[in-house]
Design a protein around this ligand. Structure first.
Ligand SMILES: Nc1ncnc2c1ncn2[C@@H]1O[C@H](COP(=O)(O)OP(=O)(O)OP(=O)(O)O)[C@@H](O)[C@H]1O
Ligand SMILES: CC(C)(CO)[C@@H](O)C(=O)NCCC(=O)O
Ligand SMILES: [K+]
Length: 250
């Protein structure tokens, strides 16, 4: 067993994974830019810690120290590369693609056959497309829905409150106009990508996935752990490559 850790913009998520890299139950915690969450991590696994981060580099330092001190082994960082686990990166500079997007693409590709769009709706909302052969076609980045509302608050005098029910129609009060604006902006972006590409599968992840799923046309599969699934795939592949280059397997 290994431990998979995804350090996101707002929250850190982790799960133990089996020998095939499949994550078990996921736990998540807001990190608030600090590293004290490492004290919450489990220690009852025998393999290494595999992690990926899109947060500040100094958030990974406590994890590396924890792994050395508590487990007596180094935590292994996974970064975006030109290709991994059957997926080829669309970026000319793969290291610039957010590793959460990269791992979501890998997780999505391995969930089934055919082309796939994967939407990760969190602090940021990202849309990425992978074709049936594993070629990442590229993607889009916009603020997540909560972040869109915060941007309105930061740059206008509006102080809107969340609303219970967001209508499909136009809004007739400020709170609803801001909430519905963010939701429909996200839905419109996603549906535009879906119209442009012949997609066999549609995958939704992130803290805001459930709210989006209600409004999107077509069959959407909720896969909240898709980044950890991709991380597990890359971890297993890297471990196999490392052991074969060390001469442990033929
Ligand atoms: N229990 C929750 N805790 C935190 N955010 C939540 C929760 N439920 C829904 N959300 C919403 O999800 C957003 C955060 O989503 P998510 O956890 O995917 O963010 P993230 O840490 O940026 O993710 P990622 O790891 O993909 O970068 C928040 O902006 C909030 O609107
Ligand atoms: C877009 C976010 C913030 C989403 O978490 C992350 O994937 C990131 O920091 N990406 C780097 C830029 C890019 O993916 O092109
Ligand atoms: K995200």
């Amino acid at each position: 067993m290994t431990l998979l850790v995804d350090i996101g913009n707002t929250r850190v998520k982790w799960a133990r994974a089996d020998a095939a890299g499949r994550p078990g139950p996921v736990q998540a915690l807001a990190h608030d830019g600090r590293g004290d969450w490492v004290d919450t991590l489990p220690t009852d696994f025998d393999g290494p810690v595999w992690f990926a981060t899109v947060a500040d580099a100094d958030l990974a330092t406590p994890l590396q120290a924890w792994s050395r001190d508590r487990l007596d082994r180094a935590a292994v960082e996974v970064v975006s590369t030109a290709s991994a686990a059957g997926v080829q990166c669309a970026y000319a500079r793969p290291e610039c693609l957010g590793v959460d997007r990269w791992l979501a693409c890998i997780g999505a590709f391995h969930r089934g056959p055919g082309s796939v769009v994967v939407v990760d709706a969190g602090t940021a909302l990202t849309v990425d497309v992978v074709d049936a052969t594993g070629c990442h076609q590229g993607g889009l980045i916009v603020p997540g829905m909560a972040t869109m509302q915060q941007a309105i608050h930061a740059h206008t005098r509006i102080r809107s409150q969340p609303v219970e029910q967001v209508p499909d129609d136009l809004a007739r009060d400020t709170d609803t106009a801001v909430a519905a604006g963010a939701l429909h902006a996200a839905v419109g972006l996603i549906e535009r990508v879906c119209r442009r590409f012949a997609l066999d599968r549609r995958i939704l992840a992130g803290g805001e996935a459930a709210r989006l799923a209600d409004r999107l046309e077509g069959d959407w599969h909720l896969a909240p752990d898709i980044v950890l699934e991709g991380l597990g795939r890359v971890a297993v592949e890297s471990a196999i490559n490392a052991s074969s280059s060390n001469g442990h397997s033929r």
